[in-house]
Design a binder for this molecule. Structure first.
Ligand code: ADP
Length: 261
């Protein structure tokens, strides 16, 4: 496939996936995987059928967030059946295929790109309302493969305040535009903190900073999430699904995503 070309791979006949939302970030460590998981959980809570494809082949983190590192896939003649999380989100990740969690996948680009395609063509996702794709950070091979070969409905960008204005986020947005994939907007993560004494929102980076930054790079702000110790603890313990504290913030973000599709 040349740059800018579309080379969609064949759809698995067993799969009927209505919407594919790819979650991207300019760089790692901004909370992209955590937010991909929370979006999947909120959609599942609403009664939708949801899948979560961990497209980070060399640095997969989704099974750990859901406490699924000891689960594995079921391989049949029809294809690969992904396991379900506690609340029923279908999860596919390289970590569910390796023998042990720490096992490194030492592959070059083309092989990695092939694996990502197979996560779409060879996995039996079945009937899904939403498939969330957790991309690796940046604008490398895998995001390019996903945008070229999977019919992505829209992209959600995740950023922290420090790098929302940086070139790296704009590059990711530019890549999506070049590939003709709709950017639904950006979620600013670790945007503020809440005072534990008085519950007041402390906007460390200034009032409406996220809104202004999003405007500057020309994308919509889907919402802001605070830096939250409980979220960090629950995701580190593999219980991200139990996180309910930011429910209201998250509900409005997911409303925005659904409306913009
Ligand atoms: P990425 O996928 O962008 O590399 P992760 O989702 O793995 O980032 O998050 C990186 C770290 O930051 C994890 O330890 C995660 O628990 C933590 N984290 C993410 N979002 C928040 C938040 N809003 N508040 C506190 N910790 C967070």
């Amino acid at each position: 496939c040349n740059k800018g070309d579309s080379c969609m791979v064949e759809n698995n006949p067993l799969n009927q996936v209505k919407n594919i939302i790819a979650v991207m970030s300019g760089k790692g460590g901004v909370g992209k995987s955590t937010i991909s998981s929370l979006i999947a959980c909120e959609l599942k809570n609403r009664g939708y059928r949801v899948g979560l494809l961990d497209a980070d082949i060399t640095g997969p983190s989704i099974p750990r967030l859901f406490g699924m590192t000891n689960k594995s896939v079921e391989i049949t003649e029809d294809g690969i059946y992904p396991p379900q999380s506690v609340t029923g989100v279908y999860v596919m990740s390289m970590n569910l295929l390796t023998e042990y969690e720490e096992q490194a996948v030492v592959w070059r680009g083309p092989l990695i790109a092939g694996a990502v395609k197979q996560f779409w063509t060879d996995v039996v996702w079945g009937d899904l309302d939403y498939l969330i794709v957790d991309m690796p950070p940046g604008t490398g091979d895998v995001p390019l493969t996903v945008m070229q070969s999977i019919p992505v409905t829209g992209i959600v960008m995740v950023s922290t305040p420090q790098n929302l204005v940086s070139m790296i986020v704009s590059k990711a947005v530019d890549m999506a535009k070049k590939m003709n994939v709709k950017v639904l907007g950006v979620i600013e993560n670790m945007s503020y903190i809440t005072c534990p004494e008085c519950n007041k929102k402390i906007e460390v980076f200034g009032e409406n900073a996220a809104q202004r930054a999003a405007e500057k790079i020309g994308i919509d702000l889907l919402g802001e999430l605070p830096l939250d110790n409980d979220l960090m603890e629950l995701s580190d313990e593999g219980r991200v699904e139990l996180f309910g504290k930011m429910k209201e913030d998250f509900k409005s973000i997911v409303d925005e995503i659904i409306n913009k599709i």
